[in-house]
Design a protein. Sequence first.
Length: 673
Amino acid sequence: MKKKNLAALTLAIAMGATCLTGCELVTTNNQRDMAQIVAEVDISKSEDFSEGGEYAQYADMIDVETVDKRQLVAYFVNVGYQYVQSGYSYSDTFDLLMTSLINQKIVSQYAKVYYMELAKTNDAYSYSIKEYKAYVDAAEDKDIASYAYFLTEDEYAQTVYSLEVSINEALDSYEKSILSESGVEEETSDVTVRTLPTGVNTDKEDYYDGEYAVYTGRNAASSCGSYETVEGSTPTTRKKAYNRFLKNLKTNYLYDDSEQGLALEDLAYYKTELMTRLSSALISKFADTIEEEAEKNLSEEYVTARYNELLESQRKSFDASQDTFETALDGLSDTSFVLYAPDGGFGFVINILLPFSTTQSYQLEGYKSDTTLTSDELYAKRAVLLRNVVATDQRETWFTGEEDYSFESDDAYQGSGHLFFEESLSGEGRYEKLEKYYGKYAYNGKVVKEDGEYKLTPNKVSVDDFIDIFEGYVSYATGETPNTLIAKQGDYYTKSYVKEDGTVDYSEFVYYAGKFDVGFDANSLFEEGTASYNAFSAVNELSFAYNTDTAGLNGYLGYVVSAYDTSYVKEFEYAAKYAVEQGAGTYVVAPSDYGWHVMYCTYTFDEGEIYTFDYADVKTEGTFSYYFYEALKSSTAGTATNAWETRIVNRFNSGDCVNDYVSRYQDLKDLDG
């Protein structure tokens, strides 16, 4: 949970090249005008760097850094244009951009001094003025070297990688347009891909591909490391895309004819982008260092005190207002906690909807509009439809979408042997390990691939089939045997659901219920390897496979179930409350007018304090204590870095250190008309 940049500074400070695919700032500026310096920053002009000052020894390290009008326009194209679209005036937008650019340079210049000072007392940092000067003097590009010196080889490579990924993404966008114009369409362009689990194919924070390069068509795509060409790409279409990219740079005064024939890395635009990103990388590193220093203050006494303060605050608030408590439940996450429950009977359920077909839904609507039917007769007709509900595996587009996420495995749980997200499941390569997704449930159907195309035939699954799948897979994941709580009723599809007094007996709608003894412990719910975590992960995976209630996918714990009346349909409400009453690990099958609901209780609340904070567990991932500590650490880091930023900017944003030549970009501020 690293805080990667100083909050008020960044405003997406690194110029994202992907935005250079369409936005143009219409001005009458010429190249000479665009070369004007619109701001200068040099914190060594401060008295702190003068003879006898605190930082006098570093005065020669800091050189004046400029912002030219071209850079300001580039920043607008990449960031500011979005502000104008959302209602900001041009004048306010350019003021905001200039403040951000100036503040970035102030903080990045100070970061150099900070690390020099830190190296005096911390052996982990081996910086020296002598070494710095030698490094910069030996470099071909001294401006870039002045930042690269403070970054490790990996940090520098990550910065270059991020820039080149951004440029390739821009070129991909151009190339797709060119291919479309020529009649070449991506075969899967019209496929709506099934919702993916949060975190799929997420690069690790420190990932980079050292062989990666920008593909311009003038080089071979095979020499660009892990870069993958767009479908239908040829060297010719890529060259056209690169030419369009250069044309758009030229339109925005970021490229001129004198640079024709130069390699991408030699363009002024590329160097400006790299310089900006290196500056941002140093600021990010600085923020990490501040965070590490702030973390030293998170003693057991301090963290425990913060926990107790929040607990008491919530106790008063939730006791006074049930609505406040339920609102807090809706916002529950890894960083937003509910430590106290004013009443028991609350919980969360994952809901897997096995729906009526379109035809069945039409039939049901017809029955409901028939005013001659009694409630019991209507339920009886719905029961006949429920008997014939058929579900299928919903993950077809994970094969056939723009990206094929499937892979064959001998370690799959039954089915076709085709699983998904190979690298994300292992967490051993480029991607972060996928959380809360067990990953062994194979596509349930026949998979044939011929000439690069898939033919998928999903198996039809009845509610009884799904119960077997559900119990079998969760047993496989946990090693636990399910206990039946409510057996399937032989007369379920023909019995009455209405009492003699005419009221509906919602308990009669429960078709089946069972429970896994997962050893639920609120303090370690997401601790990898526990039965409760494995059960949660397996049910979550089955939800992605079968659930047509897509709003329920990627929920934190599922749907909130209140101890009081809810807005849920009554059959669902009764079954959900029953699941919560029986505790985490309970699953209940019940119908509604949408089809079958298979609900799994993930979490329950007893009245009073919910967790037991244990400082000894703050490094154990998946525990409540870990998440609470990490959230407090992030908040503390944010406070510390923002405080540093404020102090640095207030200290050096003066007339001596900063010159902002507003008149030179007044024409841009006046674009409002």
